[in-house]
Write a protein that binds this ligand. Sequence first.
Ligand code: LLP
Length: 424
Amino acid sequence: MSHFTYQDGVLHAERVALPDIAKAFGTPTYVYSKAQLLANFDGYAKPCAGRDALVCYAMKANSNLAILDLLAKQGAGFDIVSGGELQRVIAAGGDPGKVIFSGVGKTVAEIELALEKGILCFNVESIPELHRINEVAGRLAKRAPVSLRVNPNVDPKTHPYIATGLKASKFGVAFSDALDTYRQAAALAHLDVVGIDCHIGSQLLDDAPLLEALDKLIELIDTLAGEGIHIHHLDVGGGLGIDYGAGDGEPVPIAHYVERVFARVDAWRAEKYDGKPIKVVFEPGRSIVGNTGVLLMSVEFIKTGEEKNFCVIDAAMNDMARPALYQAWMDVKPVTPRDAGAVKYDLVGPVCESGDWLARDRDLAVEPGDLLAMMAAGAYGFTMASNYNTRGRPAEVLVDGDQVHLIRRRETADELFALETIVK
Ligand code: LLP
């Protein structure tokens, strides 16, 4: 069930009409549904209940403090990729002891911060990184818990920009090098080898590639056990997709996927380890926040061209980069649909780039001043927004039943150049 529905001909977020939000906070504005967020998280959390499992929300998808706070209160851990994200977790009241740190380029300062805050694990992506973490841990007289991100060479069948588990990817350690890399990690004085992880890509509608990658990790854990390297947690990464309304199929329901992971893990542990459990970690981003948000925007002008008609809106590629960056198809709905007069439009923003479009060839009946909602914009929306063209980033609003909370106000022009200095 979606928490964005038409009620009396007007699109609502839970029980709040979107035009009321536009009136109060202007456009473009990201609008999130708390109920949808919690329902998605439950999809992971419910099958995990009573098990040694942790859902580390990949906060790069949406890192607003209000979202992080809600998830932390549900018991979520966090998958971070920078020191800044760790500081956000702490600012939102999250537990650093439930944080895993991914990414190929961790700096010395970031490693120091993570060790000082006592994170759960570093997901290490290369041998030089192992050495760097070992050195920093030694200097701080700490031990660093590490996991290796193994590249299982499974094709996730997704957009090349968001496929990460193939041999040609910059991410992770090649499957064929994993054993040797683990041996090297185990020999380093200040590291504790605790885990194994992978992340093969994003927006996967089918869970078959995810389960195939899981099988490869399981195989490796058995090999490592034979060498006396015992793995305490198995991190299956993120990647489960959402329905963008593009007609390319429905994603596997979250809980089904999680149950299938547990079924495989349990069968394996029963067969090889007398049923001794292993901690399972998930790193979902998009499937938790994607359909939790819409981008509310207004029609500025209708521009009729020789070959194309343009609907010029007040949101742009700087507010939502996915179409420009990945040619992503995002659904756009009129907030108050009109009965007649649909015309095919390209929806374009005011930014001075031909790549500044949010949707193409859409049949819409619209007039200047109308409100539109880009659906399923909650993941990789605001977090990828920029200030290009000196545009303040959108406001963010959280709806809870009939309550509306401004969780990030719109940026002002003054704020955009406040850090700059004129040279006298
Ligand atoms: N874990 C790691 C190590 C990751 O790199 C990512 C996403 C995730 C977990 C979460 O993946 P998810 O569950 O969201 O698929 N900006 C792109 C997506 C980039 C994904 C980057 N890594 C987009 O808008 O489609």
